[in-house]
Design a protein around this ligand. Sequence first.
Ligand code: MIG
Length: 839
Amino acid sequence: MANPLFLLLRGIQTIGLRPTWNGVVHAVRTRWVEAKFADPKRPLRGLPLLLAFLRRIPVPPGAFPPPGPVIATPGPLLSVREEENALHCHFARASVTVQAFASDIIQVSWQPEAGMLREATASLKQAAELRTPLLCCRVSPDGRIAIANASGDTLAEEAAPVSWAAGGEIKGATEERPSYALLRWRVPPNAHFYGLGERAAPLDLRGRVYINWNTDPRTYGPGDDPLYLCVPFLIVLHPDGRHAWGLLLESSARSRFDLGQADPESVGIDLYLPHDPQGQGWGKVSYLLFYAPTVAQLLERFTEVTGRHPLFPRWALGYHQCRWSYYPEERVRRLARDFRETYRVPCDSIHLDIHYMDGYRVFTWDRRRFPDPKRLIADLHGQGFKVVTIVDPGVKADRKYRVFKDGLARGMFCRYPDGRVFIGPVWPGNCAFPDFTDPRVREWWGDLHRDLVEAGVDGIWDDMNEPALFGEDGATIPGPVRHNLDGAGGDHRVAHNLYGLNMARATAEGLARLAPDRRPFVITRSGWTGVQRYAAHWTADNRSDWASLRQTLPMVLNLGLSGIAFTGSDIGGFEGFATGELFTRWLQMSVFFPFCRAHTYLFSPDQEPWSWGEPYLSINREFIRLRYRLLPYLYTALWQCTQTGAPIVRPLLWAFQDDPTTHTLDDEFLCGDALLVAPVLEEGATRRRVYLPAGLWYDFWTDERHEGPAWLEVEAPLERIPVFVRAGAVVPMGPDMDYVSQRPTDPLTLHLYPPAEGQEVVSFLYEDDGETLAYRRGEYRLNRFVLREDGGQVDLTWTVEGAFDPGPRRVEALVHWGGGCEPARLESVVPGRRTIGRG
Ligand code: MIG
C-alpha cells in the first residue's frame, strides 16, 4: 500500500513540491540521527556513522516490531516483606511492589534486578497476599498476579508471569538487554473490552491488536490504528455483566494491546522499554488495577485518579463552524451574515484554520487577509460569535521571527543529545519544536497566547501535536531527541505520547493566567491519559463517507470510557465531498454530542448547513435549533461529567450492564441520563431497528410509550432520527436562540415523562453564569427533580441548592402522558412539591 512513488505524488498534491522535499529530507535525517545517537553518550561520526546509517534497517516510525525471545522472568520467589497497604516481593531476577492506593485500586510495579543473576538458594512456596476491604491481590510463587473479590472469587489473573524480552528491531541480532516487558492476562473467551482512547474500531475492542503511539494517519477509515490520541487504559467487562476491571499502564513508551486476537482467552500487553542510559527506572513496568461492579463506577474511580474535564464555557456547547480555511476577513464576515441573516441558523463559534497566520507562523496574523483582527473579532462578538484559532506546535525556523528568536535564545526547543536544536518540516517549512514536557516551556508557550487573547480570541485549537511532521506516514520527532519530562529527562521514545497532552496543558494554563476569571476552551487533536483536564478533543481527519459516519459513534463512546468525554467529529466528514444527506445524518447525530462542529478539508467544497439547499437547510436548521433548546439538559450533562467522569455520550451498557445485548451495541447511544438516540447511519435509509433496554420509554417525537427490552422498527425519514426518553425523566429545555448568551433560559420548560407505576426517578438541572469561575465560589444553582408515579398521579418535587440566581423567568411544565394524549401544560411551576392528576 505504501508505495513510495504514490506517497510522493500524494504529498506533492496535498502540500506542494517544496514541503514534500523537506519531508523526504526528514525521513533520511531521522535514520541518520538514529544511527548517530544509538549510544547518545558516544555519537558516531565520519565513516562509522555512514556505515551504521547504511546498515540500519528502516523501521517505519510508530511500527511495532514483534518482541524477540524472552530473556528473563521473575524466577522463584525468595522473600516477602509486608508493609501497611503494600507488599514487596523479591524474586530471583526481579522484584515487585504491590500497593493498595484505595480499597479498589492496586498498583503493581515490577523492577528487574540489576544483572538478573541472583542465585536462588531457598524459595517460597506460598503465594503472598495483599487484602483490602474489597479486594485480595495475590502474588504467586512464580510471579503471577491475580485479584479476587472479598469473597474470594477470582476477578482477573495473569496467565503467565511478567517477562522481559529482547528487542525485535534489528533483524537477526538479538540484543542482550531486554527491550520489551510482556504481560499476559487470562480473560473469559467472551469478555468485552473498552477504552484505549481513540480507536477506529467497534465499541467492543475484542479480537484486534491496538498500538499506543499517537499518530497522524493523514485521513483514516475503520480499522486504521493507531490514531491521534491513545490512552493505555483497558476496561474488561465480564460476559455476564457482573463486574468490570481495568488496567492502566503507567508508561508513556509505546505499547501494544492484543485483545484476544492471538488467543481469545488472553490479553497480551507488550510494553517497549526504550534503551535510555540517561533516563531513569529502566526496565520498570508498572500499572494500576481498578475493580468495580459496574463500568460506570470503574470510570468514576479512573477519572478520580487521572482527572476530569473542567466546566467548559457554556458556548462550547453551541454549534461551531469551521473549514480549512475561512479567509480573508471578508469571507469570515460573510459567513457570520449567512448564519445570522441569510439562513438564520444558530451558531456560536467560527474557527480559523491555518491560513489566518503569516506564512503559518504561530501567534501571528496574515495582515493582508486579516488587516485588523481585533476589529473583526469585536464585530463578530457583537453578532454573538466566539472565535477559535488554530495553533500548531512547530515554530518556523526563521531568524527574523520573534517567537523563534526568543525560543532559541531561551532554550525552549527540543535538542539532540549533542545540544543542537532539532529542526523538522511541517506547514511553515523547517520548524523547531517546543519541549512542552518542560514546565518552563509550558509557561513560555502559555504566555505566547497573550496577543491572541488581547485580539479577542475566545478559544484555542491545538493541532498537529502528536507531533506530526511532513515526510513518511507517521513522521514525527526522531527517537534520540531529548526532552525534559518534568525534570526526569528522557528521549522522544518516552516523551512522544506526552507531547500533545503537555501542549494542551501549556495552552489551558496559559489561557487561565491571561484571563483569570474566564474558563479556558482548548480543543486538542492529540493527548494521553488525563488530557481531559485541559482540553476537549475531536476525531480529526475522517472521510466524507457513510463508513466514517458509522465509525464515529464507537470512537466517541470509547473515548468517553477513557475519560475523554468532550468530543465530536467533523460533521459531514473531513476528506472528500459530502452529500446533503450525509451531512444531515451526521449533524442529526452530532447535535447530541458534546462537541458539535462542521469542518472540512482544504480541497472540499464548503460544508455549511445551507450548502445543499432544500430540504437539507430546513432540516439542519431544525436540528441545530433543537440542540439550542436542549442546552440546559446538555450543560447539566457536562456538569455531571465534571463531577463523576460520566461521559455525556454513553454506550447503553452504561445504564443496562446486566443486559448482554448492550455489551456490543454501538449504533445507538445514551445522551446524558434521559435520552436514547439512534442515529441513521446508512445511505437512503428511512427507518431503522432500535433496541430499547428494560423499562418504559417515550418516543421523543410522538410520546408513544414502549416497554423494553424490545427491538423496534422505527420510522426515520430524512427529517427525523429515533430518539427516546427514559420514563421518569425531567428534561429541561430552553427557548430558541441564535447563540447561547443571546437570552436567558426563559421560559424554562420542564418536560416530565411519568415513571412506571410506583417508581421514583431523580433528574438534575445545573445552572450558572456559563462563563466565569464564580460557580466555584458557590454561584451555581443545582435543581433536583424527583418524579414519582402514584396511582395514576404524578408527583413532582423540585428542590434547589446554591447561590446563583437565574433571574425572573417563566417556568412551565409539559407532562407527557403518552398514548396519543397531547402533553398537559402547567404554567408558573415553582420549587416545592406538586401533584399532577391526569386529564
Ligand atoms: O496537515 O490545519 O486535523 O482539522 O484542518 C493537516 C489544517 C493539518 C489537520 C487537522 C485538520 C485541519 C488541518 N490540519
